[in-house]
Structures are given as C-alpha cells and as structure tokens.
Design a protein around this ligand. Structure first.
Ligand SMILES: NC(=O)c1ccc[n+]([C@@H]2O[C@H](COP(=O)([O-])OP(=O)(O)OC[C@H]3O[C@@H](n4cnc5c(N)ncnc54)[C@H](O)[C@@H]3O)[C@@H](O)[C@H]2O)c1
Length: 260
C-alpha cells in the first residue's frame, strides 16, 4: 500500500507548549494532537492544564527565569529534547506608557522575554546536540508597530531578535526558529479589558481588514505548519496572523479617503 504521510503531519513527534492552558494554548494543544504529535504542556499551575490531552506536564512560573530553567533542565534530564517547542506563555497589563514604572517594566520583560529565553535556551542546546529541532515563538503585532502595551511590546520584539539569533547561530546544527505575530485574539487575555468596557470589541473590529479578530485555531495552525516538515526550509521568519492589521491602516482609508 502506498505511503500517505503528509509533510504537514507530526506523527511520532513530541512538542512542548508553554502557556498550554490559556486561550491560544488550548488550541495549540488540540491542533498539535490533531496533527499526530504527542504534547507536553507547561504552565504556572496544574489547574491550568486540567482536562487537556497531554502526555506530560511541566510547571513553572515564567516570571522567575531561574525556576523556569531548573524545571526545563529537570525535564530534559529524564525525557530528552522535544522535537518542537511553542513558546506561548505571555502576559501584559500596562496598556500605555503612563501605566509603566521600573517594577512593571521588569516584570513584563521577565515573563515575556527573559522567561522565554530561560525556558528555550536549554532546549536549544539539547536540540543542537541532537542535530534537529524547531521552535516557534508566539510574539505579537505589538513587536512590529506600536499598538500599546510598551513593555510587553519591547519583550515581544526581543523574541523576534532572539529567534533570529537561534536561526542564524544554530541552523548549522539543524535547529529552526520562527515567530508568529498574532493580532487581537479573543481569549482570557482580554477579560480584564472587557470587564472595564463590555463594548470594547466594537472599537477593535474597524481596524481589521478581514472584519473580525483572529481565532486561536488560526494561530495554532500556523504553529503546526512551522513545526512540520512542510516548513523544513523556513527559519528566522516572522509571520503575522493578524487578519490584515499590519498590512496598512484601514481606519485611515475608511475615515480619511472613503469619508465614512
Ligand atoms: N489574545 C491576544 O489578543 C494576543 C495577541 C497577540 C499575542 N498574544 C500572545 O499569545 C500568547 C497566548 O496568549 P492568550 O491570548 O492565549 O492568553 P491567556 O491569558 O489565555 O494565556 C496565557 C497563558 O500563559 C500562561 N502564563 C502567564 N503568565 C505566566 C507565568 N508567569 N508563568 C507561566 N505561565 C504563565 C497562563 O497561565 C496561560 O496559560 C501570549 O504570549 C500572548 O502575548 C495574544
């Protein structure tokens, strides 16, 4: 019988997904399982990972880079390097410059950038020693232009630089690294904003050329692609999954040129 394996499948592969219990994280788990992968979920406490289809779990607070590195190193010592990693955990509350101070800046950099480095650095080393591996960093459109959340944006832009460093310096050992920049996705990350203003989403939609927000599974599908052999020649790239937000300024076109 003819072999029907597709380069888009991940059968027999193991993928580690951080922030696995969040809105995008749960879609990542489901999409990687559907593509045939074995999924190891990471999050800050076990309740976040309940009811997910996981082969194993790793718990750490990514705001603490030392604890993060220790938890990952312990996992690697027992299980070895996963075939792929999706660095997805993230957090922000400081919406504008006015809401920042030194402590908040340090905290948002720690969770979104230093913690992501501490989690992936030992894995990159193990992947390079093995001679293969793929990493995907869930960044944000905030890395590409200013859409608020300045400390988070700086951290997310830092992930782009870090992914490119891995791509360039570890490509020779078979390690690929790519970045996904989602636009607005309605997940629990938006709950605090909607609690303050339940009509907020009405103000979001006019900015999106597709006329809607991005869904979690659209982000997850891009991550599955990046980790699959279908993307074997792709490394060091940045992919907006943003319903067209960064293609231009729809509100400018509508308000100024179309006169809506
Ligand atoms: N929702 C959006 O509009 C949007 C847009 C662009 C990028 N993103 C990014 O997508 C990723 C997932 O976001 P989401 O919308 O699913 O948010 P979410 O709040 O639903 O999930 C975030 C996940 O990260 C975990 N996490 C947060 N702080 C942590 C810490 N200190 N230690 C360990 N884990 C921690 C949470 O427990 C949760 O599982 C994040 O990196 C986020 O920045 C989200």
């Amino acid at each position: 019988m003819a072999e029907t394996s597709s380069p888009f499948r991940l059968d027999g592969k193991t993928v580690l997904i951080s922030g696995g219990g969040g809105g995008i994280g749960q879609s990542l788990v489901a999409s990687f399982r559907a593509a045939g992968a074995r999924v190891v979920g990471a999050d800050r406490d076990a309740t976040m990972l309940e009811n997910l289809d996981l082969a194993a779990q790793i718990l750490f607070d990514q705001a603490d880079p030392k604890a993060t590195r220790a938890a990952i190193t312990a996992y690697l010592a027992t299980h070895g390097a996963p075939d792929a990693v999706v660095s997805n955990a993230g957090y922000t509350r400081a919406e504008t410059l006015d809401m920042l101070d030194d402590d908040i800046w340090a905290s948002e950099l720690a969770i979104n950038l230093s913690g992501a480095y501490a989690m992936t650095d030992p894995i990159v080393a193990a992947m390079a020693a093995r001679g293969s591996g793929s990493l995907v960093f869930i960044s944000s459109v905030n890395a590409l232009g200013h859409y608020g959340n300045p400390a988070y944006a700086a951290a997310k832009a830092g992930l782009v630089a870090y992914a490119k460093a891995i791509a360039v310096e570890r490509g020779g050992q078979g390690v690929r690294a790519n970045v996904i920049c989602p636009g607005s996705v309605r997940t629990p990350a938006w709950d605090h904003r909607l609690a303050a203003d339940p009509t907020l989403l009405d103000n979001v939609l006019p900015h999106y050329p597709l006329g809607r927000m991005v869904s979690p599974v659209e982000v997850a599908n891009a991550a599955v692609f990046y980790c699959s052999d279908a993307a074997s020649g792709i490394t060091g790239t940045v992919l907006p999954v943003d319903a067209g937000l960064t293609a231009g300024n729809l509100v400018f076109v509508d308000d100024v040129l179309r006169g809506k």
